[in-house]
Design a protein around this ligand. Structure first.
Ligand code: FE2
Length: 374
């Protein structure tokens, strides 16, 4: 069953305006090295920094940017801090999915009135570049949403941070914006969090996938996709379903030791160029066998790209009523099999690559098997 509840946003009824993703903050064990990784491989440029050199004694944060995507990499300098505890518990992982809003105070108060739990009260910070307002609420696991109002702020990132530049030539790979952020939640948690986004931020349920859509011989999962009023924010939420062996969602939950962000999908306008560069720089991707391409055109019809390029780079293709999409998934980007990236190029398609689920999950199972966690 694939229930398409609604495929187009209905902006006339947007009860919780969000302008886009403001930043994604990772808590990591070694922000300095993570920052080099994201610059050298994905081609993010270093734009701002906070740490002892800027007067902050207990932590460091590196802010990296590529087009509209902003990553913040944060590490603690001491063991007995919330950041160190988070890293010890979850490994490197995503702490903050920050949402860019016009009015942080209104967004925060409205979310809390509608049932959100407070993670951080309204903070008004000021420096010579203006005023920045933020406030945070909890979502699944230990993940939080920070509402960021930056219409009166013109600095590099936010007060307390200093502008920086990469110290070596950084070549962007064409990543443009966050397409969607996927959360893995515990068994039975999916509907609860879908309702949370509907009730608190007026999100719409876009698509439901059950375990008949997303299953292989061994493992299964269920997923629902919610999206905000203007459609800029899309949060698919997965929960494990019963299979013969351990599902990839359970493996994630075991290693992250909580619900959390599973993958971030980043959009490109030229996936062949993006993936060529990423492969040359050492990024590992999930592998689908060449047989995937045997009948792919019967499934997706005519596409503009050269099949040999797609095959060589192992890029997946899917089609829906609105067009087609090209996508590819990295292997986890830290030691624990938790967070990974999706590279996606949309050519009209508004869906999430359902036609690739089976091939993908078989690819993930091959990786699980190698880790002994299937
Ligand atoms: Fe995805």
């Amino acid at each position: 069953m694939d229930t398409l509840v609604q495929s187009k946003p209905n902006t006339s009824q947007d009860t919780f305006p969000i302008l886009g993703t403001d930043y994604i903050e990772f808590y990591v064990g070694n922000a300095k090295q993570s920052a080099i990784y994201y610059q050298a491989t994905f081609g993010y440029k270093w734009v701002a920094y906070m740490g002892p050199e800027t007067g902050v004694k207990d932590k460091v944060s590196y802010v990296l940017q590529q087009d509209k995507i902003r990553l913040v990499l944060t590490s603690s300098l001491f063991p007995d801090t919330e950041i160190s505890r988070h890293v010890a518990e979850h490994g490197d992982g995503i702490k903050v999915l920050a949402l860019w809003v016009d009015d942080a105070e209104w967004s925060f108060n409205t979310a809390v009135e509608r049932g959100a739990t407070i993670a951080g009260e309204l903070k008004i910070e000021e420096d010579e570049f203006g005023v920045l307002k933020t406030a945070s609420i909890h979502t699944y696991g230990e993940t939080i949403h920070t509402f960021v109002e930056r219409k009166n702020y013109h600095g590099a990132f936010r007060p307390g941070y200093e502008k920086r530049e990469s110290s070596f030539p950084v070549d962007p790979v064409g990543l443009m914006y966050i397409d969607h952020c996927v959360g893995n939640v515990e068994l039975g948690g999916m509907n609860k969090w879908v309702k949370f986004y509907q009730d608190v931020m007026g999100f719409n349920l876009l698509i439901t996938f059950d375990d008949n859509d997303i299953s292989t011989e061994y493992t299964a999962l269920m997923s629902k996709v919610v999206s905000n009023g203007n459609g800029y924010i899309k949060f698919p939420i997965n929960e494990p379903a019963k299979g013969l062996k351990k599902s990839q969602i359970e493996e994630y939950l075991d290693f992250y030791r909580a619900a959390g962000v599973q993958h971030i999908a980043v959009a490109t306008n030229n996936i062949i160029d993006t993936v060529t560069k990423l492969r040359a720089r050492g990024i590992d991707f999930l592998y689908v066998p060449d047989t995937y391409y045997d009948d792919v055109f019967e499934r997706v019809g005519k596409i503009e790209e050269n099949i040999e390029d797609l095959k060589r780079l192992n890029i997946l293709i899917d089609r829906d009523d609105d067009g087609y999409l090209l996508q590819l998934f990295t292997k986890p980007v830290q030691d624990r099999p938790t967070v990974f990236y999706e590279i996606i190029q949309r050519k009209g398609a508004t869906s999430f690559g359902k036609g690739n689920f089976k091939a993908l999950f078989e690819a993930i199972e091959r990786e699980q098997e190698l880790r002994g966690t299937l």
